[in-house]
Design a binder for this molecule. Structure first.
Ligand code: FAD
Length: 389
């Protein structure tokens, strides 16, 4: 039996806690927040709406390993995510598709564009706007420019706080048009929502006699690392077990190599009567002077039995300020050469401590969808089992 200390009760920490406890090890999970679930935490609010405190989380995956693993901890409800965007004053499917073309171009032009798309790329294909531009057909270039401006440009500027010339060309080029009337946001083979929400899954993952969860604990105040000696101290004494850390890597090393860059969000949550919008998510790819926010989420569309009234969250991207009143949650890493190099240096430092494993979106400084982090946690468990016999 080994002593496993896990920092963070999101999917990375909770899946690893479950796996180690089920294999006969003693596990302590330290979580700085007052609840488990990490950024996937949800709860029933006073409108009887299951609210996602850190923004809407939609489960979708092509991994049967992940869907089967999670099915041990939840029943599911069928759910296909749909997103509409406010484009030229109309609510149209995102990603932009043939419905959008019909709504935004005069009938003769729309017919010509659809004909060109179907004959060149085939019905059902997804064509990046770079591909449309390469084509040199003036109508397809016009479509590419339209999608760039009306779907992508202002949304991205708001999301990342960037000016048009700071926007990465490689990302721009990947923005697709869907050559179909399919208005689903995801195409994965498994698209379901947990029937009782995500927090119920975390409760079950962590419900094991060998797992102790301590909330409201900043683990970095209890853990001291000595990279030169390759050792860990916990509460002032030598720690001989395995430390799995899922929080911010720069914080773990007391920002010794500088602070990593993040983008944050602020959610303006409002209670409304009845139903607010036709689908869960409406994007506002409009200029910031028209709408300062990027999207509005209406949570009750993700519930099986719909409450009478409703809760919406208006999402404002903002600069990350770890000490601020708002914007103090590190949501998305900002990938620059400098931040990547900084992260690599932290990783080198971490490698000097054999008992330490970094896993999760904050510790690995990268974006993971839920299915990807669950898969990663399952892999890390196997790796650690192999390494420790
Ligand atoms: C706005 C938004 C929307 C998203 N929507 C989707 C979606 O629709 N579908 C999807 O598949 N994925 C979505 N994701 C991704 C999803 O949130 C992540 O995959 C998931 O949260 C990663 O889990 P994690 O355990 O790595 O991190 P987290 O969930 O962030 O968990 C880390 C935990 O560690 C704790 N912690 C950190 N430092 C310390 C410390 N020093 N001491 C104690 N505890 C600490 C934190 O409080 C947190 O609870 C979304 C992400 C964001 C930002």
């Amino acid at each position: 039996m080994r002593e496993i200390l896990i920092v963070g009760a999101g999917f990375a920490g909770s899946v690893l806690a479950q796996k180690f406890a089920s294999s006969g090890h003693r596990v302590t999970v330290l979580e700085q927040r007052s609840h488990i679930g990490g950024n996937c935490y949800d709860f029933m609010d006073e409108q009887s709406v299951r609210q996602h405190l850190y923004g809407p989380h939609i489960f979708h995956t092509n991994s049967t390993q992940v869907s089967e693993y999670l099915s041990n901890y939840t029943k599911w409800m069928p759910y296909q995510h749909k997103v509409l965007g406010l484009i030229d004053g109309k609510l149209l499917p995102i990603p932009f598709n043939l419905t959008g073309i019909e709504a935004c171009f005069p009938a003769h032009e729309a017919n010509a564009i659809k004909g060109l798309l179907v004959s060149k790329y085939g019905m059902g294909s997804k064509v990046p706007i770079l591909e449309l531009r390469k084509n040199k057909d003036p109508l397809l270039s016009k479509l590419a420019d339209f999608i760039y401006e009306k779907v992508f440009l202002h949304y991205t500027m708001k999301q990342w706080g960037q000016s048009p010339d700071e926007i990465d060309q490689a990302v721009t080029d990947r923005v697709p048009v869907n050559v179909s009337y399919d208005d689903r946001y995801f195409n994965d083979s498994f698209q379901m929502m947990p029937l009782q929400g995500y927090t119920a899954i975390f409760k079950k993952l962590l419900m094991h006699p060998s797992i102790k969860v301590e909330l409201n604990v900043d683990a970095c105040e209890r853990i001291q690392l000595d990279p030169d000696k390759g050792t860990i101290a916990y509460n002032g004494s030598d720690f001989a077990g395995t430390l799995i850390y899922t929080g911010c890597i720069d914080r773990l090393f007391q920002y010794a190599l500088g602070k990593l860059s993040y983008r944050s969000l602020d959610f303006d949550v409002q209670y409304k009567e009845g139903t607010y919008q036709p689908v869960t998510t409406v994007n506002y790819p409009t200029p910031v002077i028209e709408h300062a926010y990027t999207r509005i989420t209406e949570y009750k569309h993700m519930m099986l039995s719909k409450p009478e009234n409703t809760t919406i969250a208006i999402e404002y991207p903002m600069a990350y300020d770890r000490d601020g009143q708002k914007g103090n949650i590190p949501y998305y890493p900002i990938f620059t050469k400098e931040s990547q190099n900084q992260y690599e240096s932290y990783k080198e430092l971490a490698k000097k401590i054999p008992q330490l494993t970094l896993v999760g979106r904050l510790a690995e400084y990268r974006y993971y969808n839920m299915d990807a982090i669950i898969l990663r946690a399952l892999e890390v468990f196997e790796e650690l089992q192999d390494a420790n016999g």
